[in-house]
Design a protein around this ligand. Structure first.
Ligand code: ASP
Length: 307
């Protein structure tokens, strides 16, 4: 039984909640030879997607997910809306609330903004990424991809590499993988490591060979230039040399280790293009596919009881 009204972060979920979402998502996951699953479990419900920050994958997959479940889905182009005219986040939320949506999917550049908004509206709110804080559906789709590929989501060694400090994907994944009893290693330059991160029960290193040694999963992160306000790295070339995933660095991981990236990728900065496209190692396209399945599961579970 899923007892949450909103999905604001992984932080609030129990291991059994995570398993319940992944089990439901598995029923929506398409295989190459089957057609996408469609249902009408959200028929009559209204889903509004409010993205105050750019998004390709996340917004598109929330839209597809809602439509496959029969919801009426509306995308608000926040750049073009009243926000430009100076309306506050709360005013916007109250205006939308008056239209009685059932599900609100929100992405915002400020950490905590989505939780604040959830306090002001009557509908279920899903965090689609808030600043450097959390991106719960990304961690869930990563978990589903890992579970399907590795056959389990426990006792795995997962190396999360790169710009940890600015990454909501890293934060949500650290919490989820920790709750499910995996060994998490963070690999990146000290300047891109949040202070005090060790207290989350992770191992930290600035050496790719040490960090990737015998890893089952290698998760690369984008260098988040838009969230940096200073010189965090010497140069992209130097960064690629030390931290970019290429065949030589990947050879330290287990021979069957999978390579992940949440996208969008900076090829030649944090990852070599050939590794990203290697269908024997990279599961990056599968992550995108699992994104739809996980978002269908989350929307359906929060939508249940609202119809
Ligand atoms: N798409 C992910 C996010 O929104 C990762 C990234 O942007 O690097 O956080």
């Amino acid at each position: 039984m899923f007892e949450h009204r909103h999905l604001l972060g992984i932080e609030h979920l129990k291991p059994s909640d995570i398993t319940a979402i992944l089990d439901r998502a598995d029923t929506f996951a398409t295989t190459p030879d089957s057609r996408a699953v469609r249902k009408d479990s959200l028929a009559g419900l209204t889903q509004i997607n409010m993205f105050f920050e750019n998004s390709t994958r996340t917004q598109a997959s929330f839209e597809i997910a809602g439509k496959r479940l029969g919801a009426d889905v509306m995308n608000m182009a926040m750049q073009a809306s009243s926000i430009k005219k100076g309306e506050t986040l709360i005013d916007t939320a109250l205006t939308l609330n008056a239209m009685h949506p059932d599900l609100l999917v929100v992405r915002h550049p400020n950490s905590g903004a989505v939780a604040l908004l959830a306090q002001k509206v009557n509908c279920a709110v899903i965090n689609a990424g808030d600043g450097k804080h959390e991106h719960p559906t990304q961690a869930l789709l990563d978990a589903l991809t890992i579970r399907r590929r590795k056959g389990r989501l426990q006792r795995l060694t997962v190396a999360i590499c790169g710009d940890i400090a600015h990454s909501r994907v890293a934060r949500s994944n650290i919490m989820l993988l920790g709750k499910m009893e995996n060994r998490v290693r963070l690999v990146g330059p000290r300047t891109l490591m949040p202070p005090g991160i060790e207290k989350f029960g992770v191992e930290v290193t600035d050496d790719m060979e040490t960090g990737l040694k015998d890893a089952d999963v290698v998760m690369m992160l984008r260098l988040q230039r838009e969230r940096m306000d200073g010189g965090f790295i010497p140069s992209e070339r130097e960064y690629y040399h030390r931290f970019g995933l290429d065949a030589a660095k990947l050879s330290h991981a287990k021979p069957d280790a999978i390579v992940m990236h949440p996208g969008p990728m900076n090829r030649g900065v944090e990852i070599d293009g050939e590794i990203a496209d290697d269908i024997n190692r990279s599961v990056i396209q599968e992550q995108v596919e699992m994104g739809v399945a996980v978002r269908m599961a989350v929307l359906e579970m929060l939508g249940e009881g609202r119809g």
